[in-house]
Structure formats: structure tokens, C-alpha cells
Design a protein around this ligand. Sequence first.
Ligand SMILES: NC(=O)c1ccc[n+]([C@@H]2O[C@H](COP(=O)([O-])OP(=O)(O)OC[C@H]3O[C@@H](n4cnc5c(N)ncnc54)[C@H](O)[C@@H]3O)[C@@H](O)[C@H]2O)c1
Length: 665
Amino acid sequence: MTFQEHILQGIPVDLPKVKSYDPAINHAPKRKDSLSKAEKELAVRNALRYFDKKYHAILSEEFAGELKTYGRIYMYRFRPDYKMYARPIDEYPGKSLQAKAIMHMIQNNLDHAVAQHPHELITYGGNGAVFQNWAQYLLTMQYLAEMTDEQTLTMYSGHPMGLFPSHKEAPRVVVTNGMMVPNYSKQDDWEKFNALGVTQYGQMTAGSYMYIGPQGIVHGTTITVLNAGRKISKTGEGLAGKLFVTSGLGGMSGAQPKAGNIAGCITVCAEVNEKAVHIRHSQGWVDVVITDLNELVVRIAKAKAEKEVVSIAYLGNIVDVWEKFDEANIYVDLGSDQTSLHNPWAGGYYPVAMSYEDANNMMADQPELFKKKVQESLCRQADAINKHTVKGTYFFDYGNAFLLEASRAGADIMAENGIDFKYSSYVQDIMGPMCFDYGFGPFRWVCVSGKPDDLEKTDAIACKVLEDLRKDAPQEIQQQMADNIKWIKGAQENKLVVGSQARILYADAEGRMKIAAAFNMAIANAEIGPVVLGRDHHDVSGTDSPFRETSNIYDGSQFTADMAIQNVIGDSFRGATWVSIHNGGGVGWGEVINGGFGMVLDGTKEADKRLKAMLFWDVNNGISRRSWARNEEAIFAIKRAMKSEPNLKVTLANSVDDSLLSNLF
Ligand SMILES: NC(=O)c1ccc[n+]([C@@H]2O[C@H](COP(=O)([O-])OP(=O)(O)OC[C@H]3O[C@@H](n4cnc5c(N)ncnc54)[C@H](O)[C@@H]3O)[C@@H](O)[C@H]2O)c1
């Protein structure tokens, strides 16, 4: 059977052979047993909905076995045999170019070179799922191959509810992931309802088909470390010889050592999982691996003395590193953490003084004790970090819910007012005021022809647009423009492509619109093939997340999610090819609502109209909200946007004299 026939077949008529569990692949940890007997029966009943009754006897036992062994029903038997990767768009069957582009993006998210746990359909972040099971994948691909531009596919947390009549200008796919009635949005609710097969954690770009491998996070982390360096620089000196201590070499966190090298500092990144250390080291993303703390201390002293640019993986627990560096009096300039604390009880965080294997067993067999160990470890970690910050270390939370979980564990992490944390998040100090409030965010594109040549041409087009824009750009955004021009010039050389032919850079609304319009023109002139535009959800307008993306909103509205919901609705009727809205992502289930879009450029006039209408809204929605929250940089940006677009009219906030308030209550 050809690849196209496989796709068009959907769920196979004859049962495929049972698949053996491949130990060479990185698998999701066993999920905790969260269902009662009746709920387990319901989970199997739910799973069997996808299959003909004649197979129920075989499959019911098999699915019950998966639930017992892995805590979830993945339907491993139905994992396709063909290679999973983003094929050139012409290789997909179908009647809609837009739907074919979405298939390209879905397969990229499940590519073995890209995905964290590909057999469990997890792209990144430990639980960031594209689908809950393989039946959902097969059906979705079949629907996409059958659909026309007069239909819309509705995706409920990985489950394709079906094709509904719509129209050409409507999105081809509408994705929701993990949307819950608000009272059912605790970590344990995810465990239960995901095990039942009725919801999933879509992370940000996993369940929205917009992951582009590690380059997105390399770019974001480089910008963060560079700007953190500018923050601690006293005399304009750079990062040479300065030490950055952090943890995690997983899906996203693995970008830290590479970003540290691009930014030009010494990076120490602790990681407890030997496999993760090996992967990043063999990929050349981290230079040196050290397993002994004393050896690490000696190596750091040498690197500091020689102002080396070097990244070091320490195979072990981050708590030990912070404590050892305090004892050995090693000065840490920048500190952060990127363990997966959005998922603290199911493998995101490994407690100190326990082997990796023991921790994995304990989280499945003794979940309450494991939770206690995680919390004790977080308290110890916070204590050690506090000792360093007293000496001058600049510590920032990098959006992994470290401060949030540490505070819940009772760690000494609260500021004197008892409301704020002792340390700022990277959005409060760096990304918010320097990028998001001006509209700069992670714009990305994918050349779905699959041709590296196309990517090279789009890099050149984007660079030219940014250079032209920079000539007349106000002083306030010159640094951002310069950093991103430098990035795009070095992008080919840095060899950042893993999976699809994708690129990321930070641009504001004007930059995004002009780059996209130039791509559309190049497609119309047959210089390049079709392009998918998108962005990370971690952006100006897409995400309401009080401890991350919207942590620099101070009018109390950081706990509301109107912006993300408005954004996805607004994108959907302004021309997005697909839209998605998720609960969870980054900081955890129940902690964030985030959304995104994908837009196919095909060189037509309609695409040109769509990109202008949608990108303008997609950025300025967030700027208007940030300006209403009285963020100065956003007030500047929205006034500038109103000047450029007479149809934009935004309610502006009046400032209040502090002295009027101080005696009121
Ligand atoms: N700020 C951002 O832009 C941003 C971007 C991406 C991810 N994140 C967040 O960062 C976190 C990490 O993401 P990821 O994709 O790398 O997750 P991941 O699960 O793939 O990697 C985390 C790694 O941390 C290791 N680890 C856990 N506890 C440890 C400990 N005590 N000491 C040393 N190593 C330990 C794990 O073994 C794992 O390899 C997530 O919470 C994610 O949401 C933030």
C-alpha cells in the first residue's frame, strides 16, 4: 500500500499486527493510576468507540493492558508503519492545499527526530500531546485528505469530531485542547480525564501542530540570556567569563547550553536523566559532560579564569549544584531553572538524594510520598538559591512554574509583602517590557515544499524587510530589530533546522505583516512554494498566564483569560487557516489559557488580504490589553499602531496620581 493509500484508509479495515514496545525510543513515563474500576471500564468503552464491534473482544483486553501498564490507552497497535516526518506538500493526498499543509505540520510534530515521546504522540514538555491515541491520528489524517475548502474539521482535544460545512474564508480546522469547566482544571483532573480519553494536554505548539523543533526555543532562550546579560551589565560589558547556572536538558530546556554559547557565557546545566544528557551531547548542543561535583568546581574555575565560552552538562540533580557552588564559593552571575514544574508529580521534577529509577518507581507506586519528596527538594533548592542571590546572583523564573510550585511547597520564596515572589519572572523583567509590550514575539514560518532552498530564500526576504524597516524604526525598538537581523543572518550557519524547513524570529505587527506579504509575493512569482505562517502561543496576545506571559500585567487582570479567547475568535474570522485554544501549556493545566493560529500563504490576492487583516489583529489585540494595563511600552506601541491604521481606535487609560490614593482607605 502506498503512503497516500494508507492515509485515505484511515483506521485500517483489518487489524494491524501488534507492535512490540521499542526500548530504544524515549517513552512517556508510566502515568499514575487515577481511575476507579468503573472509570477504567469507561476508559476502555471510550477507546473501543473507534473500532468495529468484531474487534472489541481482542482490543478490550489489549487496551485494558495498556491502561494497567502505562496509565493511558495509546492504541500502540495502530501506530502506522510508514516513516513519520513532514513530507513535501505534494506527497499528501487531498483536495485542499490548506488541509495538506496541516498534514505536513502534524507529521512534523510526530517525527522521531522532533518529538519527545513519539510513540505516545507527545511532542514536548513531557505531556504535550498532538493526539491522545493513534486512532485519532489516523482519522484526522483521513478527514484532512478528504475535505474541501468548503468544510471545517472540528478537533476536540485530539478527537476529530468531524467535518462540518463552512466556507472558503473559514478556518479549515478549529482545535480546542483541554478546555474544562473551570472547577475541573486541577492537575489530578488532567490525570483522570486524560486517562478516560476525553481530554488532553496540548501544551502550546504540540496540540496546535506548530512545533518547529528546538530552534524556536533556542531563539527565545538566546534573546532571554542576552537581555538578562544586559540587565546585569554594569559598564556595558558583555557576558564573557560570566556563569549561568540552570537545569534541564529535555525538549525545551536542552536549548539552554546552545543559547548560552550563542550569547557568549559559561553555562552549567544539571540534568538527572542520562539519556537526555547523551542526546544533547551527541547533537553538539552541550560541549562537556561532567558527573562529579568536585570536578565541576575545578572546571568552572578554569573557564572563568580563561573567559571561555563553554557549556557543561552536569549529570545529576540541580539542588546539588546550587549547594555545592555555595559551599565552594563559586559566584553565579545568572541563575534559572527549567525542570518541568508545570508537571511536578508525574516526572517533571526529580527530587534530590534519590536515584532517577527510584524516583520513577515512587511516582507511580507511592504518589503521595513522591509529592512530599518533590516539595522537600524544592524547599532545599530555594534555600540554596537564596544564599547565592544574597551574594548578587540575578535569578529569574524561566516560565516553568518554579516559583509557583516552590511557593506551594512552602519554600522561602515570597517577597516581604507576602503577595509577590522574591524573584521576577523573565517576562516581568525581560521579555514583557522589552518585547511583548512592543508587539515583538515569536513569528515563524514553514516552507511546506520541504526545500531547504525555499527556506534560504525566505531568510533573505525576511532579512531585507527587517533591514528596510529598521531604517525608520523608533529608538525604542532598534535593539530588538538589530538582535533579530543578526539572528536571521546567522540562522543558516547555526544549522537550526530539525524536521520541517522552518524559521523563527521576533518581529512586531508591522514586521510580521511586511515579511508575510513579501513571502506571498514570492510565491505568486513562483520563486518559492507555499508557506505556512504561525507563531508560538508564548506571545504578545495569544496567552493569558499570570506567572508567565502576562506576569507583567499589574492591574489585577492577569488572572483573566479574555485576551486569549478574544484572540483566537478574532483570528478565526480574519483569515486563519487553523486556530487553536488550549488549557495548560508551559506552566501547567489550569494555570494558563493559550491560543495560536496557522495560515497558509499560496500567493493569491485573498491570502494577501487575509495576512494583513489577521496579523494586525493578532498582535495589536495584546498590545491594546497591555496598554490598558498601563504598561508604558504598550501605550507607546498602540499609539503608533493607531497612527498607521485609521480604523484602529483603542480605549486608552488615564494615569492616576498616587497621592490621591494613599489616604483613601
Ligand atoms: N519560558 C519559556 O519560553 C519556556 C519554553 C519552553 C518550556 N518552558 C518550560 O520549561 C520546562 C521544561 O520544558 P522541557 O520541554 O525541557 O521539559 P522536559 O520534561 O523535556 O525537560 C525537563 C528536564 O528536567 C530534568 N529534571 C527534572 N528535575 C530535575 C532536577 N531536580 N535536576 C536536574 N534535572 C532535572 C528532567 O529529567 C528533564 O529532562 C517546562 O515546564 C516548560 O513548560 C518554558
